[in-house]
Write a protein that binds this ligand. Structure first.
Ligand code: AMP
Ligand code: FES
Ligand code: ZN
Length: 314
């Protein structure tokens, strides 16, 4: 197969785009896809600071590298989850990456917050992945708001977004369906959030990392095997094989036709109020993170909710 652009021997075939590229033209294709998404969705001003949440995995490191090469002022943010045989390596990849391309990196240690994931897992009988996701989003947002970043970017790719949309649709979860999308505008207490890789598949990002020699974590989180997303991802990959372009069509059509309906519904729901614990917006009483703090902080290992409240308020 020949490269669509330069007619050299192709190295990467992309059935959903009905095309193939040689290594150099593939990297140009990738760059232009990210650039187009940033402009079309008005995600960030050219050259502006962007806080990039770095997990140490391929997606977020690829995102940070591409944004850096496009001239944005990238600042990395890593949340160390303190999961044995996993988190130390993830942190090392982030540190090595940021020092190689010379961008600043901030690390938030959940252990220092009294919120190490293994501790929470042993104390709370809820699926640990959703608790972990809630904590990560909370700390990304808090750091972005407190440090005045105009925008916070995550490495969510097309496969992540389609599986999340599928999961929300299976449950017809109107609240989640009302604000799933590649751009979430800033609101009181919430930073602007963007997902510049939302049109690129895992396969496309893996090819970028391979061609750029980008070292990243490959091991899956030891707590994730029970999560439902891998099941949805493999279902959608089967569908995509039979119907190239199905993923992007499902997602883009939702953004165009579905999301506005759910967003209008959400407008009529109860307003958010500041959490009495930490001050960040929540729909009722203590926010989810303060409730987690209260459940795990009662006693062992780390501050209780009242200690943390005063620390944050100050
Ligand atoms: P995941 O939910 O693990 O698929 O991750 C989605 C995105 O969230 C990643 O692409 C990163 O941008 C961000 N992310 C996930 N885990 C972390 C972490 N421990 N620290 C910083 N960012 C993270
Ligand atoms: Fe959070 Fe696995 S990454 S539980
Ligand atoms: Zn709170």
């Amino acid at each position: 197969m020949k490269c669509r652009k330069c007619k050299a021997q192709a190295a990467v075939a992309l059935p959903s785009h009905n095309t193939a590229f040689c290594p150099d033209c593939y990297l140009l294709f990738f760059r232009s896809q990210v650039e187009r998404t940033l402009h079309k969705q008005r995600m960030a001003k050219a050259g502006s600071p962007i806080l990039v949440a770095l997990s140490g995995g391929k997606d977020s490191l690829a995102l940070a590298l591409q944004l850096h090469e496009l001239g944005y002022a990238v600042h990395g943010l890593h949340v160390d989850l303190a999961i044995p045989d996993y988190s130390a390596l993830a942190k090392q990849f982030c540190e090595k990456f940021c020092s190689t391309i010379n961008v600043p990196l901030t690390i938030i240690e959940l252990r220092e917050e009294g919120l190490a994931i293994p501790l929470i897992k042993s104390r709370i009988k809820r699926p640990i992945c959703s608790v972990c996701g809630k904590l990560k989003r909370y700390f990304f947002n808090k750091f972005a708001v407190e440090n005045n970043f105009p925008v916070l970017a995550t490495g969510h790719n097309l496969d992540d977004e389609v599986s999340r949309l599928f999961a929300n649709t299976i449950r017809w979860d109107a609240s989640y369906l009302s604000d799933q999308g590649p751009v979430l505008p800033a609101e009181a207490g919430f930073a602007r959030k963007i997902k510049p890789l939302y049109r690129l598949s895992e396969f496309e990002i893996a090819n970028f990392c391979f061609l750029k020699n980008l070292e990243h974590v490959t091991a899956a989180c030891p707590y994730s095997p029970k999560a439902s997303f891998p099941v949805y991802k493999s279902l959608w990959n089967k569908l995509e094989e039979r119907m190239p372009g199905a993923k992007i069509q499902f997602y883009e059509n939702f953004l165009r036709d579905g999301r506005p309906v759910f967003a209008a519904w959400a407008e009529q729901q109860t307003d958010l109020e500041p959490c009495p614990g930490c001050g960040y917006p929540t729909s009722s009483g203590l926010c989810g993170v303060c409730r987690i703090r209260k459940m795990v902080g009662a006693g062992v290992n780390g501050p209780g909710v009242s200690d943390l409240d005063s620390k944050q308020a100050g």
